[in-house]
Design a protein around this ligand. Structure first.
Ligand code: COA
Ligand code: MG
Length: 295
C-alpha cells in the first residue's frame, strides 16, 4: 500500500506508475492542516478521473480520525468511489463500526454498490486501541479487510521520546503491539499489514525486515516511497522455491492417501501443521497471482 500525500501534485502524478497493489491517497498525517481542503479536492478529482471499472490498482483514502475531520473527509471523497478507507487513530473496533455505518449511508446516497468500500484500520495508534485489540476476535465488521499497525503515533500518545531500544530494534511496547495486531488480524480473519519502513533509502534493510514480517504471517506492507514498492512486493510474494517445496509437502501427503498424519521428506519429519502451512502458502500464492498489479 503506497501512501501518497493528497495535496502533492508531483507525487500524485507518480501514483499510476507505482505498481503498488493499492495507493492510499492521504488526507491525514502527511498533509498540513491548512492544506486539507485542497487535498480533499485533489483526492476527489484523482479518484473521479480513474473510475472503478478502469482502475488497474486499488485506490484507497486515509481520512482523519473521528475526533478530527473524518466526517468532512468522508463527505468529500466517497462520491468518487474509493476502493477503501484507511481509518487512523482508532480507540477500538467501535470506531470501525461507526465508519461502517457512515459508509452504509454515503454509498446509498451516491449510488455505489452497498458494502463495496472496504476498511483498513490502523489499530495501534492510541494506548486504548492496543489494549482493546482482542475485541477484534469477536467483532462483526463486514467491511474490514485489514489491520495495520504503527509505532509513530503510539509513541507520541504515551509520552515516549523514542520507540526503539538501544540496538535500534522496536522497543518492547511496540513489539508487543505489533504481535497483538498480527494475532488480532488473524483472529478476525483479515490481513495483517506491516508498518512503514521510514528509512526509505535503505533497501537492504527494508528487504530483510519484509522477509521477516512475511514469514511471521504479515501479508503486506505500507510503502512511503515508490522505490519501496518492488522490494515489498517481491518479499511478500512467496518465492518459487517456497512454492515448489509446499507443493512437494502437499503431494507427499496426498500420495499416502487419507489417514496419514506424518510423512518424511528428505530425512525430515512433517506432520499436520506443516501440511496446513504449505496449504496456506499455496493459497496465498494463488491470491497474489490473482491480485497482481496488471502490467
Ligand atoms: N508517492 C508518489 N511519488 C513519490 C512519493 C510517494 N509517496 N514519494 C516520492 N515520490 C516521488 C517524488 O515526488 C519524486 O518525483 P519528482 O522528482 O517527479 O517530484 C520521486 O518520487 C523521487 O522522490 P525523492 O526525491 O526520492 O523523495 P522526496 O524527498 O521527494 O520525498 C518523502 C521523500 C518521504 C517526503 C516522500 O517519499 C513522501 O512524501 N512519502 C509519503 C509520506 C506519507 O504519505 N506519509 C504518511 C504515511 S506513513
Ligand atoms: Mg500517523
Amino acid at each position: 500500500m503506497l501512501y501518497v500525500p493528497g495535496d502533492d501534485d508531483r507525487k500524485l502524478a507518480k501514483a499510476d506508475e507505482s505498481r503498488a497493489d493499492a495507493v492510499v491517497l492521504d488526507l491525514e498525517d502527511s498533509v498540513a492542516v491548512g492544506n486539507r481542503q485542497s487535498a480533499r479536492d485533489k483526492v476527489r478529482r484523482f479518484l473521479a478521473d480513474r473510475p472503478r471499472d478502469q482502475r488497474t490498482y486499488q485506490l484507497w483514502v486515509r481520512i482523519n480520525a473521528f475526533d478530527d475531520s473524518a466526517l468532512i473527509d468522508l463527505a468529500a471523497v466517497v462520491a468518487a468511489a474509493p476502493d477503501g478507507i484507511v481509518l487512523p487513530k482508532i480507540d477500538g473496533p467501535a470506531d470501525v463500526t461507526r465508519l461502517e455505518h457512515c459508509l452504509d449511508v454515503l454509498e446509498a446516497r451516491e449510488g455505489i454498490e452497498h458494502g463495496s468500500i472496504k476498511i483498513c484500520a490502523v489499530a495501534t495508534e492510541t494506548p486504548t486501541a492496543v489494549l482493546r485489540l482482542h475485541e477484534f476476535a469477536n467483532a462483526d465488521l463486514p467491511r474490514l479487510i485489514a489491520l495495520n499497525w504503527g509505532a509513530e503515533d503510539l509513541s507520541a500518545a504515551i509520552g515516549a521520546t523514542t520507540n526503539v531500544d538501544s540496538s535500534g530494534s522496536w522497543a518492547l511496547t511496540y513489539r508487543w503491539a505489533r504481535s497483538a495486531v498480527l494475532l488480532a488480524a488473524k483472529a478476525a480473519g483479515v490481513q495483517a499489514i506491516e508498518t512503514v519502513y521510514v528509512d526509505y533509502r535503505d533497501t537492504e534493510g527494508l528487504i530483510a525486515a519484509c522477509r521477516e514480517a512475511a514469514k511471521e504471517g504479515f501479508t503486506g506492507r505500507v510503502a512511503i516511497h515508490p522505490g519501496q514498492v518492488t522490494p515489498i512486493n517481491d518479499q511478500f510474494t512467496p518465492s518459487a522455491d517456497e512454492v515448489a517445496f509446499a507443493k512437494k509437502i502437499v503431494a507427499t501427503f496426498a500420495s499416502h492417501g487419507e489417514g496419514i498424519g506424518t510423512v518424511g521428506i528428505d530425512g525430515k519429519m512433517f506432520d499436520i501443521p506443516h501440511l496446513k502451512r504449505a496449504q496456506n502458502l499455496l493459497a496465498m500464492h494463488a491470491r497474489y497471482l490473482e491480485g497482481a498489479h496488471s502490467a
